[in-house]
Ligand binder design. Structure first.
Ligand code: FAD
Length: 484
């Protein structure tokens, strides 16, 4: 995984005295990233329009029972369903650390309709995000049912001032072109399925589906299911269907030999190494040459950039890789996506050529998403108003090149560029220093690692057995200053 290296050679930002610059900013997407970006931009005095393809705020957290016409999500003509949530989904983080830093995600014990569990279901997260949008007046900034179909730079003055043309399309088909000073990309990256490939798949007679199109276990009743993947979703979905399927065969990319075979708890579950090949007779052969006959292959294998213009027939080989999809963005080839690296980006946010007028929120992986989006958004808002100064374009490029070299020297693949699992807090702490704002409290960090430990020891029950009262008390003590 990629280590994050702050630039030692760069001096800390020098705050500018008022008056601050106010810019006209387009935010693309009203998921958690877009909501918090809009709030921070608004707080800083910018004039903000949020474009949202859907009809409500919340992004991924807007659950829908609807699935796509192609269960693998490969057909470029399919109508894309944004959310990948399944009905039973509960958060994989306790609410205390999942919520935004200054808008605590606390249980509403007084409201019986609400889910007060520490790891609540997805509807509770959506309620929280709606409250956030109402509380900070973000809803009024959002144009719903309006998709950005093009965002491109139209003017550059000595490389410093950019104007962006944003073309949006209403559901009615009406298109509007507008000019903005800056664009903040918050379009999410869990909607384009990536599937695993193996020899024989084109002749295998069973059904295939990607977890993006998994909602409920019922379609798997009495079926023999091969489920590929080890992410949180793969764990949840395997348990979901184990209660109803005839057999569930979970496939791991890498797994210790002693763990293979019958699951210690579930009678109808087996653990396997990767698939070697599949065959016309319905058989699935694993790397250890064991064989089963299956009805369904369920790919819980992450998300891919599947089709940019002219890119329709691309198929990716490999599993557990996320790709980013910015089909609307035109940067004259300056910002590119290559094997999951969106770049060149200074600290995963600013392409130096367009900084601070083009930015990306929410690319880092293996972090606490809402809080990272919040700190990135503060940084973006502050740089756009000239309150926070960025290094020169040359210094940003140098920093990026050093970062990429560090990854290369350490043998870290490109696709882990935005993976901050080595230290999920270092990046946020660095952002907080740039913004001159408080960073993660110590209890937040401890809680994150405590959850990881319990999850490892009891992957099936961690949400209900986790109980670190001292950390919870510290969290609620700190939350008091933000609550009415
Ligand atoms: P999204 O939530 O995806 O929002 C993007 C928004 O942009 C959408 O509303 C979309 O309609 C809009 N959009 C996209 N393109 C356009 C366009 N061209 N024009 C206009 N609008 C557009 N995170 C956690 O913290 N805890 C969890 O427990 C957790 N569980 C997860 C489980 C699953 C199955 C998945 C897929 C993700 C999970 N996540 C979890 C991560 C989750 O993605 C983040 O919490 C968060 O939703 C990311 O926010 P975002 O705003 O970047 O993207």
């Amino acid at each position: 995984a990629a280590p994050f290296r702050p630039p030692l050679q760069l001096s800390p930002p020098v705050p500018k005295l008022e008056p601050l610059t106010s810019r006209h900013v387009a935010v693309i997407g009203a998921g958690p990233a877009g909501l918090v970006a809009a709030r921070e931009l608004g707080r800083e005095g910018h004039r903000v329009v949020v474009f949202e393809r859907g009809d409500q705020v919340g992004g991924t957290w807007v659950y829908t029972p609807e699935v796509e016409s192609d269960p693998l999500g490969l057909d470029p003509r399919r109508a894309v369903v944004h959310s990948s949530l399944y009905e039973s989904l509960r958060t994989n983080l306790p609410r205390e650390i999942m919520g935004f830093l200054d808008f605590p995600f606390v249980a509403r014990e007084d409201d019986k309709e609400r889910d007060s569990r520490r790891f609540p279901g997805h509807r509770e997260v959506l309620e929280y995000l709606k409250e956030f949008a109402r509380e900070f007046g973000v809803e009024e900034m959002v144009r719903f049912k309006t998709e950005v179909v093009h965002a491109g730079v139209v003017e550059s003055n000595g490389g410093d001032v950019n104007k962006w043309e944003v073309r949006s399309k209403k559901r009615s088909g009406v298109k509007v072109d507008e000019i903005f000073d800056a664009v903040v990309v918050c379009n999410g990256h869990y909607s384009q399925p990536r599937i695993a490939q193996f020899p024989g798949i084109e002749k295998w007679p069973g059904k295939q589906i990607h977890s993006h199109n998994y909602r409920v276990p019922e379609p798997f009743r009495d079926q023999v299911v091969v489920l590929i993947g080890t992410s949180s979703s793969a764990g949840d979905i395997s348990l979901d269907i184990a209660g109803i399927a005839k057999e569930v065969h979970v496939v791991f990319r890498s797994i210790a030999d002693e763990k293979l075979g019958k699951h210690p708890v579930h009678d109808n579950m087996w653990l396997h190494p990767m698939i070697k090949s599949v065959h016309r007779d319905g058989s699935v052969v694993f790397m250890d040459d064991s064989v089963i006959f299956a009805d369904v292959i369920l790919h819980c294998t992450g998300y891919a950039l599947y089709f940019l213009a002219g890119d329709r027939e691309r198929v990716w080989i490999g599993v557990h890789r996320y790709k980013y999809h910015f089909p609307f963005l035109e940067t004259n080839g300056i910002v590119t996506e290559d094997d999951d690296r969106v770049g060149p980006l200074y600290k995963h946010v600013f392409p130096p050529a367009f900084a601070p007028c083009l930015s990306f929120v929410g690319l880092p992986m293996k972090v606490i998403p809402f809080t990272v989006c919040e700190l990135q958004s503060k940084w973006i808002a502050g740089t756009l108003s000239d309150r926070i100064l960025l290094p020169s374009k040359e210094n940003m490029m140098e920093d990026i090149n050093n970062f990429y070299s560090t990854l290369e020297v350490s043998g870290t693949p490109k696709r882990h560029t935005h993976n901050l699992s080595n230290d999920p807090f270092e990046y946020g702490d660095w952002l907080a220093v740039q913004c001159g704002c408080p960073s993660y409290e110590e209890w937040r960090k401890q809680m994150f690692y405590a959850v990881a430990r319990v999850k490892k020891a009891q992957p099936e029950k961690f949400r209900d057995v986790w109980d670190y009262q001292d950390l919870i008390s510290q969290a609620h003590h700190d939350f008091a200053k933000y609550l009415p």
